[in-house]
Design a protein around this ligand. Sequence first.
Ligand code: ADP
Ligand code: G3P
Length: 491
Amino acid sequence: MGYLLALDQGTTSSRSIIFDSELNLVASAQRPLPIHTPQAGWVEQDAEEMWAGQMATIQEVLSRTGLLASDIAAIGIANQRETTVVWHKKTGKPIAPALVWQDRRTQAWCEAQAAMADTVQQHTGLRLDPYFSASKLVWLLEHVPHAREWAKAGELLFGTVDTWLTWQLTRGQRHIIDVSNASRTMLMDIHSGTWSQDLCTAWDIPMGMLPEIVPSSGALAHTAAGLLAAEVPICAILGDQQAALFGHACEQAGMAKNTYGTGCFMLLNTGDTAVQSQQQLLSTVAWQQHGQPLQYALEGSVFMAGAIVQWLRDNLGLIQHSGDIEALAASVPDNGGVTLIPAFTGMGAPYWRADMRASLHGLSRGSSKAHIARAALEAIALQVADVLSAMQQDAPQALTELRVDGGAANNDLLMQFQADVLGVPVLRPKVTETTALGVAKLAAMHLGFIQAQDSAHLWQLEREFVPKMSASERDSHLQRWQRVMQAMLPL
Ligand SMILES: Nc1ncnc2c1ncn2[C@@H]1O[C@H](COP(=O)(O)OP(=O)(O)O)[C@@H](O)[C@H]1O
Ligand SMILES: O=P(O)(O)OC[C@H](O)CO
């Protein structure tokens, strides 16, 4: 008894991580999660494969530690957000593959809804964009044969990945979504934390298929009898980026983190105020602890970060492993004039151009794969610089540090360049499983293992990257990036 099991269901992999009651990391298990791109702009995952992989990691981490299910005091779930699953209530079978957050097939639908953009922003804090679940849900209702008729008859259920995992963990007893995940559907009123009847009516979405919105912590559910050797309570659920914000102990307004995973997600805690962005950023629910008011964040979402490295690895074969990019990029002193605009799935914040596609600029006869590798890492950091600059206009308190995590945050060259182009120290913690730590901590707080005032001490610095670049060099990087970006924006 007394251990916490965090499920971190990301786009790249499913992970299960066990922490002890003081939140020391005990063990973890990981399974890659395949991604399918059957058409340009389409990005899918198999929801059943996702669940099977997640369950396998639970069993693996338990058997590796020798712990029993009865030793686990609580499960916390952190998940890739927006990804949309629709399944049959009776059989639990998905009606189609999960439409992943990166999927852009609903671009035309979003364009057709343009007149609703302001209403959407006022109600949900979001931009009308294919990124969010609502357009994906409408697409499934319109394109899967019989889907709308089944949905109207109450035979289908919708969920984001937390809903799907909880449904599986409880063997269909609980159909719930935590409020942070619900805030990413483009169907929730961000101020009240309830489903927007107006938006559901406008888009003909039967509200009966929507899950119950619950706080991010509490006695939310428990695993079904027979699934594990004991029934384990589920005490915390958060979208993975909100979980990382919590894991970084950014619990006070004004604190920010950036996660470098498949995409990059910078979140700034704005306390109990849902800031209406003037800079094309998103307003989102950070979390709601049991019995507490909603807390909010401003978010800049970048669609391609570590995924650029995966593209260089899998599509171009420039490297064998993601981690190899650092040595390749470090083998040249600079980018040799090469700029990569990574709009593989359009550009997210602050551009929001679903119609844009990626390009390589400034290639010469002397350009090598090392220059492209360097341009790729720089593109990750420069997108983050764009987001930070937008954020500072919305919430003008100066950011004095940036806490980082995610797979690509292990790349020292990238982190140094990030500190250089931001002009702000970049702080990498000892526990880089920040997402898992965040949701485990939220569960631990609910159980009383951890007190709010102890939270900050759980975050420990591993390395600080101090800006070293001269102001003129920084300006020249930022200006060149902007010049190329503006030139590549479709008319
Ligand atoms: N050393 C590295 N340098 C750059 N990118 C990396 C490195 N290691 C991993 N990555 C990238 O990080 C991503 C995986 O990070 P992770 O935080 O596990 O992502 P997610 O939570 O989205 O599944 C992959 O896209 C991978 O290419
Ligand atoms: O899979 P990740 O960790 O890159 O996170 C995906 C985000 O939640 C998408 O909004």
